[in-house]
Design a binder for this molecule. Structure first.
Ligand code: FE2
Length: 386
């Protein structure tokens, strides 16, 4: 079947031969956050991250229980949703977890089939297949629970031509800050609880037909203080990648443990967004108030030519500029990648963003884990949560 590519699949077809095609996914449709104040959250993502106003649903459109703002940049759509009364399950979610990702919506050809296939394989239902209509056509949505209280919705929109979904109106705003070059979602990482990694790896394999194509254990990912395990799950065409983290015992509290304590359950840890010019994107984000983790020591940057080896000759970026911006570099056999991580974007130390530029590499920056975690531990020490 021919489809519009949601992102590059890095030529991974061979690796994913083991994946099953009972759940073909066309891409990420949107990510929905449950937040305390959607109006202000939407303003933040526009101002700080350069998202554009797209759609709105609220009291004015007949929505009595909740309000949602949809913002867009490149192929990424974020939905910021808040409750309008104290009875709402949205409010309960925010009370327990703080602001965070509730829904990872996946774009599918056939929502009912996606639901039936995953329920048959053991998924827990969140939403039975439901058709919604307006003057632009109809969509079908259905959903299942994944880790914690997080949900995967299956969105079928082949018979719909509206801006977002039925029930939403176009959001016309006088305030339209410029884009920062964010293109698409590269991967989304979930933190699962102690001892739960293999349960969720198996769940993604059996229920969603994903394959585990990369694994890191606590011997590879550790600092003097903390450790974690990480396994990367991918769907059959490589467009959807969900790395999973599990805390491991260290001398002090790891960042995964800190997340689980503050989110009060497993949940989405970070959203990695691709750009094709990380230097320009990061300069813009910094000028607009986005806080990033601090740079690793000078030694890290001195070792880059050695770590990149033969890829060094294709590297266009200036190492001193990367250092100035605190951008990290990693390489694998295929090429290199540039990445940087924001500080958490809420007061609870939970969800954060990664900005990534792939120059052939298909890994996730394993070579940076140590430098990254040491930087996070400096933040944890500041928070008194290490
Ligand atoms: Fe990542």
């Amino acid at each position: 079947m021919e489809r519009e590519l949601d992102n590059t699949n890095y030529g991974l077809e061979k690796i994913f031969e083991g994946a099953q095609d009972f759940l073909p996914l066309l891409g990420t449709d949107y990510i929905e956050f449950y937040v305390g104040n959607a109006k202000q959250a939407a303003h933040f993502y526009k101002t700080a991250f350069g998202f554009q106003s797209l759609a709105y649903r609220g009291l004015e459109t007949g929505s009595k229980e909740s309000v949602s703002y949809v913002v867009k940049q490149g192929k990424i759509k974020l939905v910021l949703t808040t409750a309008l009364n104290s009875q709402s399950s949205i409010g309960e979610h925010v009370k327990k977890h703080g602001d965070g990702v509730k829904i990872i919506a996946l774009w599918v050809e056939d929502s009912k089939k996606s639901y039936d296939e995953t329920i048959k394989r053991g998924a827990r239902s969140y939403l039975n297949p439901t058709t919604e209509k307006d003057e632009f056509g109809k969509i079908v949505k259905s959903g299942i629970y994944t880790y914690g209280e997080t949900v995967h919705l299956f969105i079928e929109r082949k018979n719909y031509s509206g801006e977002f979904l039925p029930g939403f109106i176009k959001w016309e705003s006088r305030y339209n800050p410029p884009l920062v070059g964010l293109k698409y979602i590269d991967h989304m990482v979930g933190n699962v609880g102690w001892g739960e990694m293999n349960t969720w790896v198996k769940w993604y394999e059996e229920v969603m037909g994903f394959v585990n194509f990369l694994s890191f254990d606590d011997k590879q990912i550790h600092t003097d203080y903390s450790a974690l395990m990480s396994k990367v799950m991918s769907n059959g065409n490589g467009r959807i990648k969900f790395p999973l983290n599990e805390p491991a015992k260290g001398k002090k509290r790891s960042q995964i443990e800190e997340y689980l304590d503050f989110y009060e359950s497993p949940g989405v840890q970070h959203i990695a967004i691709a750009t094709d010019n990380i230097i320009e994107t990061v300069k813009k984000l910094k000028s607009r108030g986005v806080d990033f983790l601090s740079a690793p020591p000078l030694e890290y940057y001195k070792e880059i030519p050695k770590r990149l080896g033969s890829h060094m000759k294709m590297m266009k970026e200036d190492i001193s500029e990367l250092q100035e911006l605190a951008i990290l570099v990693d390489a694998d056999e295929e090429g290199y990648l540039l990445q940087i991580f924001t500080k958490p974007v809420e007061d609870r130390p939970t969800l954060f963003f990664e900005i990534i530029q792939r120059m052939g590499a298909r890994g996730f920056g394993a070579g940076n884990f140590k430098a990254l975690f040491e930087s996070i531990e400096r933040e944890q020490a500041n928070r008194g949560t290490l």
